[in-house]
Design a protein around this ligand. Structure first.
Ligand SMILES: C[S@@+](CC[C@H](N)C(=O)[O-])C[C@H]1O[C@@H](n2cnc3c(N)ncnc32)[C@H](O)[C@@H]1O
Length: 200
């Protein structure tokens, strides 16, 4: 990481807040802000968190669902355990991992959230295309697992493939909107697709 990036991050208020509150990453505040605005996760929900490491979204999700709810976290990277969260390690672009998660989710889940991001290679177009491909993987997973009426959230990078992705999500959910929470840095091209009311 460049030193200037590390210095800038340490000055960042969400980074400081995350450190102080015990969230594993400043990304926690993106999910908190999205949920405050759109109400995608509720008490008692069964949530699957895709691309979950280091785990701050899962920490937030487990607080939101409470004791009656359930959270499964999936990532290709190793992730430290979180109380109340089932961690599954694997690459979501690999069909085997889909099968092992389906064992856990075969009765349906209420919400799928995905903060999956590709390893950035510096080529904007390629990074964008890879992020859309991961967002499509998340959508495919949600189509197979989310119950009717359930909700979906996925991260993507803005670019020319984004409108077609929005259409794909819109065709499956009653409500679909792109959103950038305040906690996303202003220089970031990331955008979150918020979708509610899965139609099947
Ligand atoms: C921005 S981080 C997620 C941060 C997380 N939401 C949090 O709050 O701690 C993106 C994650 O996506 C994961 N990821 C990217 N591609 C993946 C794939 N094909 N399968 C599983 N995880 C993937 C990466 O390993 C990385 O941990």
């Amino acid at each position: 990481m460049p030193k200037s990036w590390v210095r800038q991050r340490k000055r960042d208020s969400y980074y400081k807040k995350a450190k102080a509150t015990g969230y594993r990453s400043r990304a926690a505040y993106k999910l908190i802000q999205i949920n405050e605005k759109f109400g995608i996760i509720h008490q008692g929900d069964f949530v699957v968190d895709l691309g979950a490491a280091p785990g701050s979204w899962s920490q937030v999700a487990v607080e939101l669902v409470g004791k009656e709810g359930r959270v499964i976290a999936v990532d290709r990277k190793r992730m430290q355990p979180i109380d109340g969260v089932t961690v599954i390690r694997g690459d979501l672009t690999h069909p085997d991992i889909f099968e092992s998660i389906h064992e856990e989710t075969k009765d349906g889940v209420d919400v799928v959230i995905s903060d999956m991001a590709p390893r950035l290679g510096g080529n904007k177009h390629l990074d964008h295309a890879r992020s859309i491909s991961l967002a499509e993987t998340a959508l495919d997973f949600s189509i197979e697992t989310v119950r009717r009426g359930g909700n979906f959230l996925a991260k993507a990078f803005r670019g020319d493939l984004f409108p077609a992705y929005m259409e794909m999500v819109s065709s499956r959910f009653d409500f679909c909107k792109p959103h950038s929470p305040k906690a996303s840095t202003s220089s970031s091209r990331e955008v979150f697709v918020v979708a509610k009311g899965f139609r099947g």
